[in-house]
Design a protein around this ligand. Sequence first.
Ligand code: MG
Length: 171
Amino acid sequence: MDASSGIDRVGIGTDLHRLEVGRPLVLGHVTIPYDRGPVGHSDGDVVLHALIDAIAGAAGLPDIGEMFPDTDPTYKGADSGTLLAAAMKRLAERGYVVVNVDVTVHVERPKLNPYKAAIRAEVARLLGIVVDAVSVKAKTNEGVGAVGRGEAVACTAIAGLKKALGVSNEA
Ligand code: MG
């Protein structure tokens, strides 16, 4: 899909997970060396969770908690890449494709600069779009609040969608 040909819908998603020592830190499907990681029913990947909600929001699909309930043992320890793939299938059924996504990770430590390119490439691969259509930014919380104290990692994401040619929105 030509990203220059316009956007029909936009959606926003946010997520936050508590950090605990000894858990792997997975952000955008990339495992980052750190002594703590998110607690969650799945792998706690805030980037993919925020992206799923952004895409779902833009397409008018149910939110991530409704699509993949944390009471369902199927999703216990789930690779969030699998959840994103399932959401992308729902998106295709609704007749939309992702044009671009923009992601901001809120985390005090570790510094994400060395990992942004890898996260960007992996998110682009999972969404089936070019790396240029994926933005990954990182911010600290200036030492304030749960993120600032290093107790949590959070993410805000926005997605732009385009109606796929020849697919009815009513499908
Ligand atoms: Mg989550």
